[in-house]
Design a protein around this ligand. Structure first.
Ligand code: NDP
Length: 265
């Protein structure tokens, strides 16, 4: 078998940790492959670019997860349900699509045992796939979003949804920032009065943003709440993608110590 090539497609993509995560794992497990990054400007050219570069598999990040979904010949049932693909593997000329963000997130919050009710701040693409998997696992997910538009789909799917204007604070076991607020600015994902009403009653607060302490997590810490950022979600989605890339040659536990090194380098 000749050396296999993998990549992450996104725009921007220069900040991505995925090349380091996957290359450390290929190296550590002696798997003959290499993982690069590719800034894809036009999402509609994803399939053509994939084959032109001679790739075996890719991860897809913002803003191309819907284009990735459209490019696949075969969809895993969960990816099909949530309409977003972040991992593609080529097999005999066909593209197979998976969503590993959601199972990665599920595993990342599994440490908060006894948590059942969850408040999502935000209703974007990540909220879409993660709310679906949480519901499959019997969590009760409520969505609170800045604007009405993105809530429509969640409403149709039977979720309880609110905007800042009509939200009535209740007790939620977990409060989770699913927005990009705090990623490149210092904003909170919701008005402070709302957060001051839900955080003190929560068991823990989680952010999907990684690599920095967001204003949301700072606020949660000021209430002495256990907190968690998005690093484990990133790690776990990467391990699950690696399982698909290598056709389940290695177990999750065999891959983890190698991929984890990317977080200390
Ligand atoms: P989308 O662009 O699909 O959605 C963004 C959401 O954030 C919308 O609900 C939007 O509200 C809301 N939002 C953005 N800015 C603000 C703000 N200043 N105040 C309040 N709400 C705001 O993004 P994604 O779902 O793709 O990504 C969300 C986050 O998840 C990102 O920070 C991303 O980095 C992170 N992520 C982390 C992963 C990991 O492995 N740790 C994996 C994937 C994503 P509105 O509808 O009103 O515009």
């Amino acid at each position: 078998m000749s050396k296999q090539l993998f990549a992450i497609f996104g725009n921007p993509v220069s900040h991505s940790k995925s090349p380091l995560m996957h290359n450390l794992s290929f190296q550590g497990l002696n798997y003959d492959a290499c993982y690069a990054r590719y800034r894809l400007e036009d999402g509609t050219s994803l399939k053509k670019t994939f084959f032109a570069l001679g790739l075996k598999g890719i991860n897809i990040t913002v803003p191309h997860k819907e284009h990735a979904y459209a490019a696949c010949d075969v969809l895993d049932p969960f990816a099909k349900k949530v309409g977003a693909v972040n991992t593609i593997v080529e097999k005999e000329g066909k593209l197979y699509g998976y969503n590993t963000d959601a199972p990665g997130f599920l595993k990342a919050i599994s440490e908060f045992k006894e948590s059942k009710t969850v408040l999502f701040l935000g209703a974007g693409g990540t909220a879409q796939s993660t709310s679906s998997i949480l519901r499959d696992k019997n969590y009760e997910v409520t969505l609170l979003n800045r604007s009405e538009g993105r809530l429509e789909k969640f409403k149709q799917d039977g979720f309880e949804t609110y905007t800042f204007d009509n939200f009535i604070a209740k007790k939620y076991d977990l409060v989770i920032n699913m927005t990009s607020a705090g990623l490149e600015d210092n904003s909170l994902p919701a008005p402070k009065e709302i957060l001051d009403a839900v955080i003190p009653r929560a068991k823990a607060c989680v952010d999907v943003i990684y690599g920095k302490e967001t204003p949301f997590l700072k606020l949660a810490k000021s209430y002495n709440k256990p907190t968690k950022d998005g690093s484990d979600m990133l790690l776990y989605q990467g391990i699950i993608a690696f399982e698909y890339f290598t056709d389940h040659l290695y177990t999750f536990d065999e891959i983890e110590p190698h991929m984890k090194k990317a977080f200390i380098l």
